[in-house]
Design a protein around this ligand. Sequence first.
Ligand SMILES: [Fe+2]
Length: 216
Amino acid sequence: MKYAEETIQLKAIFTSLIEALELADPYTRGHSERVGTLSVSLGLELGLSTRELDILQDAGTLHDIGKIGVDSRILHKPGPLTEDEFAEIRKHPVYGYNILKPLCQQELLDITLMHHERMDGKGYPNGITDYPLLVRVLQIADVWDALSSNRPYRKAMPYGRIRRMMDSSENAFGFDPDLLDRFLALTTYIFPDDEPLHDNERRRLSPVLVGGGRTA
Ligand SMILES: [Fe+2]
């Protein structure tokens, strides 16, 4: 089979997987695509290659696919989680890795498995402190979009508040500090403080426009 045909078929499989995830977790609708687009925007700032940007876009849509395996009563629980429930949620990176292993290249598998790790070792599933650049890029976009979206357990936060939270001297989320600086600088003109919050159907950002003409 020709490479282009293989790629088209793979993308169709990805679309089916996302559809399944969005049925299992409606709050994911739109989130996956926005995480991909925001990751690509930061990737453009960093001068990543076209191949790396493609991986980020696909990983944005697929990184939470393992939530298919988590009990929906836990995923949709409006209140705080018990320790056991949180332990269940923490399995989704490994579930996702196992789902995607037959289909995806290693970089995308790494992102799926490691997107909740932290550079201070307080992340999961393995508590590692050293992991690939593409993982470190996507995890910042993932948290930004999660905080700026409505969830069953809390309302979306205003952009200025999210920026202050992420930019704390304690590095509250354990991100790569250099990448965090680059990302926050990017958000100041994509998401001004006084702009109304998006809902889950907000405009689709164009990575090219967001990148201000900067290309990989
Ligand atoms: Fe996740």
